[in-house]
Write a protein that binds this ligand. Structure first.
Ligand SMILES: C[S@@+](CC[C@H](N)C(=O)[O-])C[C@H]1O[C@@H](n2cnc3c(N)ncnc32)[C@H](O)[C@@H]1O
Length: 291
């Protein structure tokens, strides 16, 4: 069978199983198996695949047809300029979260420019999962010290591996524990960045199988209305920030107003809401008052 024939047949197979963007998924699996950049496949459509090339591909396409996420099958996911290991122990990093990472990096560069001090800025990534936000911030702001916490020891093990893979392990301190209790009492940060669990519990059953059956429940479940973690952050995060410090949080679809009100009720100053590439409100930026 040629590359083009394999692409067509596998695309039909994934289409029947309800997989989104089936042709792209097949091309990515094929380029993974053949160790070729995806676009190079287009120059080799007539190449006949050998048995040892076809067998592993069939197995991977079958797994994708069972709705296992592409990133789990390949074992990694891109995040900005980084490649991160992913397993069932961590949320697959999402493109929307790249918006949050870029905003945090921009804010830190602004602060560094205006602070006029040689002290390193300190950042906390609350709920680090794969480590994507901590790693992006550490790599994007070489003078910043990053702390990252998570309740899941298995997620933290992956985050640590990812920090090493991306050569920023010396600049990130990882902490295991439930919420801020994971940190030493004396910790104070210039900026907290977080992508908390925000899916309302009952909605989890309605999500695509790739998310519902493969992302960790702890990474998804935001309680009855999806806002539990925001409530906790609004009440507690201020005590872990320096006066005037920033908190940037990802928002679930349609949660912007509710989360803004929650933070407002605890005296936070709302600095803005940023949209993602699809025009949805995705990041809330709030600030602890100066006094
Ligand atoms: C939505 S995931 C985000 C992961 C990663 N930051 C990202 O953006 O892909 C939320 C993360 O928060 C962690 N988490 C949930 N509740 C927590 C808690 N009470 N204390 C610490 N971590 C928690 C989960 O284990 C999960 O890794």
């Amino acid at each position: 069978m040629t590359i083009l024939e394999v692409i067509r047949r596998s695309t039909d197979f994934l289409t029947e199983r309800g997989v989104e963007s089936p042709r792209l998924q097949v091309e990515l699996l094929l380029s993974h198996v053949l160790k070729l950049p995806r676009l190079k496949l287009y120059l080799q459509f007539d190449r006949v695949l050998t048995g040892p090339e076809l067998d592993p591909l069939r197995e991977l396409v079958k797994r994708r047809g069972q709705r296992e996420p592409l990133q789990h099958i390949i074992g990694s996911a891109p995040f900005l300029d980084h490649e991160l290991k992913v397993t069932r122990d961590v949320l697959v990093p999402r493109p929307e979260t790249e918006v949050l990472a870029q905003l945090a990096i921009g804010k830190l560069k602004e602060q560094k420019g205006s602070a006029g001090t040689s002290d390193a800025l300190r950042v906390l990534d609350f709920g680090t999962g794969s480590g994507c936000l901590a790693i992006a911030v550490a790599a994007g702001c070489p003078e910043v010290e990053v702390d990252a916490l998570d309740k899941s020891p298995a997620a933290l093990a992956i985050a640590r591996e990812n920090a090493v893979l991306n050569q920023v392990e010396a600049r990130i301190t990882f902490h295991e524990g439930d919420g801020f209790a994971a940190l030493a009492q004396a910790s104070r940060f210039d900026l907290i960045v977080t992508n908390p669990p925000y899916i309302p519990t009952a909605e989890i059953a309605t999500l695509d199988p790739e998310v519902r059956d493969f992302d960790p429940r702890l990474a998804l479940d935001g309680g009855i209305d999806g806002l539990d973690c925001y409530r906790m952050l609004a009440a507690q995060a201020g005590a872990w920030l320096k006066p005037g410090g920033w908190l940037l949080t990802e928002l679930g679809d349609g949660q912007g107003m509710a989360v803004k009100l929650l933070f407002g009720a605890h005296g936070w100053l709302c600095e803005g809401v940023e949209k993602d590439l699809s025009g949805r409100e995705r990041v809330l930026i709030v600030r602890r008052p100066l006094n």
